[in-house]
Design a protein around this ligand. Structure first.
Ligand code: NAI
Length: 348
C-alpha cells in the first residue's frame, strides 16, 4: 500500500519516510497543510504494532494539527513526526541526530515539537542538528518550554465556557468536574478548578499521583473504571485518546465533556452519539490548543508569556462559535469544528 491508499490520507502535501539503519531511525514526517504557515506539530516516539499503524498515526495526527493550529488562529500549518521505537523504546543520541537531519532536510516545511515519548531535553538535542525546532527552554517572560501549563489553562477556560453554556453560570463553586488522568494537563486543570471552588473528582492509573493531588486539593479519588460515568457536571478526559466510543458514551452521566486528551472520539460517528445524547462537547483540538500556541509563538519569535496567555484566552470564543453553529445547524459540535477548520485551511 502506498501512502495515497491509506484511508486517512487527506491530500497531505507530503508524506516523508526516513530510514537511517546505522542510527536506528525509522521515521515518518507527514505534512498535512502549509496553507497557513510552516507545518507545526510534535514528534511522537512510540512502539507501533506495525509500520501501517505508524503511517496511519502520522496521517491522522498531522491533519489534527492543521485543524488545531487553524482554529487557534496561529500562523502555522499542520504536520507531525512519528519515530518508530523498538520494543524497548531505545532512544540514542545518534537516533535523535538522525531525526534532526530528517527534519532539516524539509527546509522548514516541518517545525518539530514535543509529543508523547519525547522530552524537553530531546528538543534541545534536536536543536543541535536543525533550527526547525520549538519547545526550547524559554528566556524569562517569553513563550516556549513545557506546553502543559498553557494547555491546562486553555482547558480550564474551555471548561468554564462549557459550564456557562450548558448550565448558565459563570461561577464554578459547587460545579462537579470529574478528571480522567491528572498528569501535566489534568493536574494543572484540577489546580485551576480548585482555585475557583469547584468540586473535583479524579482518577489516574498512577494511584499515588491521584491520592497526592487529591489530598492537596481536597478532591475525591475514584477507581479508573468509574471516572467516565461519575455523577458530575463535567467529564474531562485528560489521559488517553478514543475514550469516547460506542460503548462508553451511553454510560456518561455528565452533561458536558471537555478535556485535553487528543483524538477523544474513537470514530467520527461518536461526535453524533454525544450530540444525540444532548451532551455538550468541546472538540478536543479546539480546547487543548494552549500548548501549541505557546510553542508556535516561541518559534515565530512573537511570544511573550503574556501574549501566549492572551491567545489562550481566545479559546472560549472559538468554542462558542462552534456551539452556536451547532445549535443553529443541528450538527454535532465535532462536525462543525472540522468544517470551520477546513474552511480556514482552504479545504472547505
Ligand atoms: P501526562 O502523561 O503528563 O498525563 C497523563 C496522565 O494520565 C498520567 O498521570 C497517567 O498516569 C494517566 N493515565 C494514563 N492512562 C490512564 C487511564 N486509563 N485512566 C486514568 N488515567 C490514566 O500527559 P499530559 O501532558 O497531561 O497530556 C494528557 C492528554 O492531553 C494526552 O492525551 C495528550 O496527548 C493531550 N495533550 C497534551 C498537551 C500538553 O501540552 N501536554 C497538549 C495537547 C494535548
Amino acid at each position: 500500500m502506498t501512502p495515497w491508499d491509506y484511508p486517512d490520507f487527506d491530500d497531505h502535501e507530503g508524506v516523508h519516510l526516513f530510514r537511517d539503519p546505522a542510527a536506528g531511525l525509522t521515521a515518518i514526517i507527514a505534512v498535512h497543510s502549509t496553507h497557513l504557515g510552516p507545518g507545526s506539530g510534535g514528534v511522537r516516539f512510540w512502539h507501533y504494532a506495525d509500520r501501517d499503524a505508524a503511517i496511519t498515526d502520522a496521517l491522522r495526527l498531522s491533519r489534527g494539527m492543521s485543524y488545531k493550529n487553524a482554529m487557534a488562529g496561529l500562523p502555522a500549518g499542520g504536520a507531525k513526526g512519528v519515530i518508530l521505537a523498538d520494543a524497548n523504546h531505545t532512544k540514542t543520541p545518534e537516533l535523535l541526530a538522525a531525526f534532526a537531519r530528517a527534519v532539516d532536510s524539509l527546509g522548514g516545511r516541518y517545525i518539530t515539537a514535543q509529543d508523547v515519548g519525547v522530552s524537553a531535553d530531546d528538543m534541545v538535542a534536536l536543536s543541535k542538528g536543525t533550527r526547525f525546532v520549538s519547545g526550547l527552554p524559554p528566556a524569562e517572560g517569553q513563550a516556549g518550554g513545557d506546553p502543559g501549563p498553557s494547555t491546562a489553562l486553555g482547558v480550564f477556560l474551555g471548561v468554564k465556557a462549557a459550564v456557562n453554556r450548558a448550565l448558565g453560570t459563570d461561577r464554578l463553586e459547587g460545579i462537579h468536574v470529574a478528571i480522567q488522568g491528572v498528569g501535566s494537563v489534568g493536574g494543572g486543570l484540577a489546580r485551576h478548578l480548585a482555585g475557583e471552588g469547584a468540586r473535583i473528582t479524579i482518577a489516574d492509573v498512577d494511584q499515588h499521583r491521584a491520592e497526592t493531588l487529591a489530598a492537596a486539593l481536597g478532591a475525591e479519588v475514584l477507581p479508573v473504571d468509574q471516572i467516565l460515568s461519575a455523577d458530575a457536571d463535567v467529564f474531562s478526559p485528560c489521559a488517553l485518546g478514543a475514550v469516547l466510543n460506542e460503548a462508553s458514551i451511553p454510560t456518561i452521566r455528565a452533561p458536558i465533556v471537555a478535556g485535553a486528551a487528543n483524538n477523544q472520539l474513537a470514530t467520527p460517528e461518536d461526535g453524533q452519539r454525544l450530540h444525540d445524547r444532548g451532551i455538550l462537547y468541546a472538540p478536543d483540538y479546539v480546547i487543548n490548543a494552549g500548548g501549541i500556541i505557546n510553542v508556535v509563538l516561541e518559534y515565530a519569535g512573537q511570544g511573550s508569556a503574556a501574549e501566549v496567555e492572551a491567545r489562550v484566552a481566545q479559546i472560549p470564543s472559538r468554542l462558542y462559535q462552534v456551539w452556536d453553529e451547532s445549535s443553529a445547524s443541528g450538527e454535532p459540535a465535532a462536525v462543525v469544528a472540522d468544517r470551520l477548520a477546513r474552511e480556514l485551511i482552504g479545504r472547505a
